[in-house]
Each structure stands twice: as structure tokens, then as C-alpha cells.
Design a protein around this ligand. Structure first.
Ligand code: ADP
Ligand code: MG
Length: 668
């Protein structure tokens, strides 16, 4: 048995309770037989019959062909892979029950690789739907099923949800819900089970969401109980504000007030500053860093790409240096000796603000006085990476995150319930809305003329190369080809090229030339997706726009419209478009509002993408779907509040039942 125990452990099953909560993925109706004459192609069916012929046919690749007959007709069963023993097992005269999807063959219906079982005549059919469980290699359905049924017989699961909780009214108890889901009576609606709308599923899903709410609330309480350095000294902040070339917008002022107040507390901050592309989040990060550094601490800013991190560094460096702040840059593209030097300075406390990429979270980096960890585009990092940055100091730092991707409401209430959010819902003055045009690739010639005219009128142009997900090498080649072709087509204009494979210094040289206006056109891969800031660039072309996701398109488009010139984004597409691609392009055409785009993205695609948790490989929700079960998320939140106040023992019981081993990443 130890073997079996180990295998079950792989499925996360260690206790009887876990077994009970290991619920079927789907069900099969084996309670009925279909007569062979009534089989319909493509419809999963169960048939019983007697073998009238079985033979191995074909040369080279051999096939086992079995003919099955009932009183209505005959059916062929075809096996391309089989064991010698199967030939004997499926000999003439044997009675079989067969499950599979028939298809129309040359000689009537056939099923390829059916599941089958030898039966005696008159053997009773199951009187329940047959559950199909998630499994891992080595554990058969039958093993899981019998283990579950054994556990169900002995099960004694007291309900943890208070009976006066509105959401469970009319739903079965947990135990009854589990019984039904493991062994649904034949009259249960398969559709309701499959869509997870059956009251039994609703009960289970509610319980799971409740567990999530409870654990997030506990994580929050635990955080409130932890201590961080209170960053109270504002003098440096005031000096930075005086020196800024602009006044903060109203929205920035509000966000800064919240962030600044958080940092002054002795509890670790966990705040997200959310604002559309171009709304001015960087300055909030700068002010926060100034408050930390002015209070005698170190700060770190981590961004997901080299280009983005570098942009931050270049924006922040003059501001910081003017204040006498020691700012440094760390990325994996630095020479080993340079990296070593930065690390030595960081751990000696000779650096106040360290800006960089993932290189910041490498083991060798130490920031002994770290009191503020800022993470830009936080959803691009895995939870573990954010945790690693937090661990760089000797004490828990305040954590500030920034994102242009709004969190949908249900996610904000669930996965991110432990997060405070400040929203920058206003763009700095003087921006002009970007006009979006959709253009079929067949009209590329016209577009080239437009690009030329724009460049000659003193405007600058981004040309974004197609995304080639399957091959980085091919993507790179495409960028190089595109650059060569455009250089020719647009001569004598100067066309630059920037892509992810360029060495840091080369990349910077190209970006500098573009920023200074020495290049009129910049051909780029998606490395410019985030953070690049050249106000004079007012035309963007995105090739094969149909291949990009909505969030990506929105980020890209945000690179233009930063100056006073009327800006245009041309989405070049190749027909025919898939329905999803068409829908995405339509959204881009219709709106420039990041929140609206995120909402429609969620509708097209589901919430998975927003979850950093996904990258941890540990799905925190097994059954609930935040989109489908949005109403239950809200109900669970209310119920969690009351349980925490009224029945702490039930809270513990509930969490123990639902969250064993799953709470590692909570509160990250
Ligand atoms: P994002 O929110 O996308 O990170 P940034 O912080 O890069 O935006 O800001 C975009 C641009 O707007 C930068 O050039 C920045 O200097 C400028 N900016 C930020 N705040 C203001 C403001 N209040 N007034 C004018 N310009 C601003
Ligand atoms: Mg930014």
C-alpha cells in the first residue's frame, strides 16, 4: 500500500477529507444501453453485444478488428494498439459492454479504441452516473472510486458554515453535496453537473470560496500584526516635489497621499497603484522611494523587462541624483565585474535605491536596510519572485506594486483581497486621445506613404513587428527582415531596430537615437510594450495585430499619445480573422479605456491571465470559477466576516478542511 499512498499524495490526497473533496471532472451515463441500430455518430454511448468475429488485419501496421452484434445490428471495434492477450479476450462468443464515440465507417458504425468490459448476460447496469476523476499516472479510476466510496461510508463531516448564512440557504449540507457529486442518482441533470450549476456544486464552490476569503482575511490580520520600519521623514519627499517639472494630477495626489500614509505606519504596506498606461505611476514610485530613503532606509524597484527597468532608471536617476540619493542599476546584462561591484555596494549600504530586473532577486543581492520593495507591472511576476524581493532585507519591507492592468472586481475581492488599491484614474494634462485605425494588410503600400508623410512632417513612428509565439528565432528574423524592407521602402528616412536580443548598450544607443529624433522610424519587437516614453512619437503601426492579446495591444498603443500631436495607431491585420481576433480588434477600435478593455478581455478570455498565482503552479481554486461564480464570491466575503466574529473554531475547522497545503502563497 505505501505505493498507493504515495500516488494519492501526488494528487494532494493525504487524508479521508482530501479524498472526499477530490471531486469528479465529469460523469458518464452508463446506466443505459444504446441499441447498435440507434447509435449516432459522435455521441458517446454504451453498447452491449456478442463478439461475432475478431481478427488481426493489415500488413505492417496491424489492426485488431472486432465485430460486435446485438439484436439490432453490428458494430465494428477497431484497435490500432493492442496486446496479444486481447485477441483471446475478445474471442468470438464473448459478451462485451463497450463505451465510446461511434463514427460512420465504410461498413457501418465503428468505434476506435473503445473502453470495454467482459460481462455475463443479464449483468445489472449501474444505477448511478459514473464519475470520472482527475487522476495521475498510476492510479486507475476504479481505485479512486472505491477509495472514495469507502471514505464516504464512514464520512462524518460536520458543517462549518453557519446555518444562518444566506448563501447556503436551500443548498444541501456539505456531506450531502459530496455524496451527490461522487454518486449522482440517475435522474440528476448531467448538464447541471457539467456546468457546475447543480446545488451540490454550488455548495462545494461556496465552501471553497469561503475558505479563500477566510485565509486571505487571516493573512491580512497576520500582516497587521507584523512590524515594519515606519518611514516618517518627509523632507526628501518635499524636495523631490519641488524639483519635479510638473504638478501632480489630482489622481496622483490622492494615490500619493494613500501610499505616503501607508509607509509611515509600522505595519508592512501591501498596496497596488493601478493606473492606465501613461497615467504617471513612476512618480509615485519615486516619491515613495524618497520617503524611504529620507527615513534612512534602502529601496528597490524591480521591473519585468530590461527595457522597462532601464527606462525607470533613466527617469529616476536625474531626479534622485539631484537630491543626493545614491541610485544604481542592476541587470543580468551587466558584466560580471560590474554586477559584483553593485552587489558589494548594495550590501555595504552604499546604495539607496537599486533599480533593475529579475537580477535583483538573485541570491547574492543583499539590501540590509531594505524597507521598500517596489514592483512594476506586478502581474508579470510570479508570486514567488515577489516574495523573494521582499526577503532581501533583514526585516519585512513595505511593498508597493504598480500595474496598468486593472484587476477585475471578482479578482480584487478574492485573490487580491489582502491588497490595498490606489487608482490613478486621470491622465496628465495635454494628452491627446489616440485614434485607432484598422487596416487590411493588402493596403500596406498606402500605409508606407502615410508613414513617410508623417516622418517628413517631423513626427516619429513605431513599427511593431509581428509576434511569433512559436519561435523566438523566427521572431527575431522577422524583425530584422522588416527593418531591412522598411529601410529600403522609406529611404532616405532613418529607420532603427530594437529587439530583445540586442546587448544592453546597443539597445540603449538605439533608444537614445530615437529619443533624440535621429531616427524617424523605430522597428521594434514587443520589447517596447511597456514603459517606453518618447512624446514625439505619434504614429504606431502594429503588424499582424490579430496575433496580439488585448492587454498587449493596449500597452503598445499607450506608447503613442504622449505628446501634444494628434496620435494614430494603425492595426494592420491579415484576413481572414478568427472570431476572437475580430472581437479583439473591434474592442481596440471602439475604446481606449484600459478598464473597459480589461473588462472585455475578461469576457473574451476568462480571468486566468491576471493571476500571478497561476505561475506558482498551485491553483488556489479548484472548483470555483470567478467569472461564473461571481455572486458566490460576494456571498463568501460576507459570510467570512461573520464567521470570524462569531465562530473562530469553525473558521479553523473550515480552513483545515479546505486549505491544507495551499496557503503558502497567500498574502504574497
Ligand atoms: P505609467 O503610468 O504608464 O508608468 P509614466 O509614469 O511613465 O506612466 O508617466 C508617463 C509620462 O507622463 C512621463 O513622461 C511622465 O514624466 C509624465 N507625467 C507623469 N505625471 C505627470 C503630470 N502630473 N503632469 C505631466 N506629466 C506627467
Ligand atoms: Mg510605467
Amino acid at each position: 500500500m505505501p505505493d498507493t499512498i504515495e500516488r494519492f499524495a501526488k494528487l494532494g490526497i493525504r487524508r479521508e477529507q482530501d479524498l472526499l473533496l477530490h471531486l469528479p471532472l465529469r460523469y458518464e451515463d452508463q446506466t443505459r444501453l444504446t441499441r447498435i441500430a440507434e447509435l449516432r455518430a459522435g455521441e458517446l454511448s454504451q453498447v452491449e453485444g456478442v463478439v461475432t468475429r475478431s481478427e488481426i488485419s493489415g500488413r505492417g501496421r496491424r489492426t485488431l478488428l472486432v465485430e460486435l452484434r446485438d439484436d439490432s445490428g453490428t458494430l465494428s471495434l477497431r484497435f490500432f494498439h493492442f496486446y496479444g492477450s486481447q485477441l483471446a479476450q475478445l474471442a468470438q462468443g464473448r459478451r462485451l459492454r463497450v463505451i465510446g464515440e461511434p463514427r460512420g465507417g465504410l461498413f457501418g458504425m465503428e468505434i476506435v479504441h473503445p473502453r470495454y468490459r467482459l460481462v455475463r448476460e443479464g449483468a445489472p447496469l449501474p444505477d448511478r452516473l459514473t464519475p470520472v476523476y482527475p487522476t495521475a499516472a498510476g492510479i486507475g479510476q476504479a481505485t479512486i472510486r472505491s477509495a472514495v466510496l469507502g471514505a464516504l461510508k464512514l464520512a462524518d463531516l460536520a458543517d462549518t458554515v453557519p446555518t444562518d448564512c444566506e448563501a447556503v440557504r436551500g443548498l444541501p449540507t456539505l456531506l450531502n453535496a459530496l455524496k451527490l457529486l461522487h454518486e449522482p442518482p440517475p435522474d440528476t441533470s448531467l448538464l447541471a453537473l457539467e456546468e457546475r450549476e447543480h446545488p451540490a456544486w454550488r455548495r462545494v464552490i461556496f465552501e471553497e470560496l469561503l475558505a479563500q476569503q477566510l485565509s486571505l482575511r487571516q493573512a491580512r490580520a497576520a500582516r497587521a500584526g507584523r512590524r515594519a520600519k515606519a518611514l516618517r521623514e518627509r523632507a526628501l519627499v518635499e524636495r523631490l516635489r519641488e524639483q519635479l517639472p510638473f504638478a501632480l494630477t489630482g489622481a496622483q495626489q490622492r494615490a500619493w497621499k494613500e501610499v505616503g500614509a501607508d509607509l509611515a505606519r509600522a505595519q508592512p504596506t501591501n498596496r497596488l497603484v493601478q493606473g492606465d498606461v501613461g497615467s504617471g505611476k513612476t512618480v509615485i514610485a519615486a516619491l515613495a522611494a524618497a520617503q524611504a530613503i529620507g527615513s534612512g532606509a534602502q529601496a528597490a524597484l524591480m521591473a519585468p523587462t530590461e527595457i522597462l527597468a532601464e527606462q525607470h532608471y533613466r527617469k529616476l536617476a536625474p531626479w534622485m541624483q539631484a537630491l543626493g540619493v545614491r541610485i544604481a542599476w542592476l541587470s543580468s546584462s551587466l558584466k560580471e565585474s560590474e554586477k559584483r561591484q553593485v552587489r558589494a555596494q548594495a550590501s555595504a549600504g552604499e546604495i539607496d535605491l537599486l533599480v533593475g530586473t529579475h537580477a535583483l532577486i538573485e541570491d547574492a543581492v543583499e539590501l540590509p536596510r531594505l524597507a521598500l520593495a517596489i514592483v512594476d507591472e506586478q502581474h508579470r511576476f510570479g508570486v514567488a519572485q515577489r516574495l523573494a524581493l521582499r526577503g532581501k532585507g533583514s526585516k519585512l519591507p513595505h511593498q508597493l506594486m504598480m500595474s496598468a492592468t486593472p484587476i477585475p472586481r471578482t479578482l480584487a475581492m478574492s485573490y487580491y483581497a489582502d491588497l490595498d488599491v490606489s487608482v490613478i484614474d486621470e491622465l496628465p494634462p495635454g494628452r491627446t486621445p489616440v485614434l485607432t485605425k484598422l487596416l487590411a494588410e493588402s493596403r500596406r503600400d498606402e500605409l508606407i506613404e502615410r508613414v513617410r508623410a508623417a516622418a517628413q512632417a517631423g513626427r516619429q513612428v513605431y513599427w511593431v513587428c509581428p509576434l511569433i509565439e512559436e519561435s523566438e528565432a523566427l521572431e527575431l528574423q522577422t524583425a530584422i527582415d522588416t527593418h531591412a524592407r522598411l529601410s529600403q521602402e522609406l529611404a532616405p528616412l532613418s529607420v532603427g531596430l530594437v529587439h530583445g536580443r540586442l546587448a544592453g548598450a546597443d539597445k540603449q544607443a538605439v533608444m537614445d537615437a530615437f529619443t533624440r529624433g535621429q531616427l524617424q522610424v523605430l522597428v521594434a519587437t514587443t520589447v517596447i510594450e511597456v514603459g517606453v516614453d518618447v512624446p514625439n512619437a505619434s504614429l504606431m503601426v502594429i503588424e499582424h495585430a490579430e496575433r496580439f492579446g488585448l492587454a498587449q495591444l493596449h500597452q503598445l498603443r499607450g506608447r503613442v499619445g504622449r505628446g501634444s500631436a494628434e496620435s494614430v495607431c494603425v492595426l494592420l491585420y491579415r484576413a481572414p480573422l478568427s472570431p476572437t481576433a475580430r472581437e479583439r480588434l473591434k474592442v481596440m477600435y471602439e475604446t481606449t479605456d484600459g478598464f473597459e478593455i480589461a473588462r472585455r478581455d475578461l469576457a473574451i478570455r476568462g480571468p486566468g491571465e491576471f493571476l500571478g498565482a497561476r505561475q506558482s503552479g498551485l491553483p488556489m481554486l479548484r472548483f470555483a470559477d470567478l467569472d461564473r461564480d461571481a455572486d458566490l464570491v460576494e456571498a463568501a466575503r460576507d459570510c467570512a466576516s461573520r464567521m470570524l466574529q462569531q465562530s473562530p473554531e469553525a473558521v479553523q475547522l473550515h480552513l483545515d478542511r479546505w486549505m491544507s497545503g495551499r496557503d503558502v502563497f497567500l498574502g504574497a
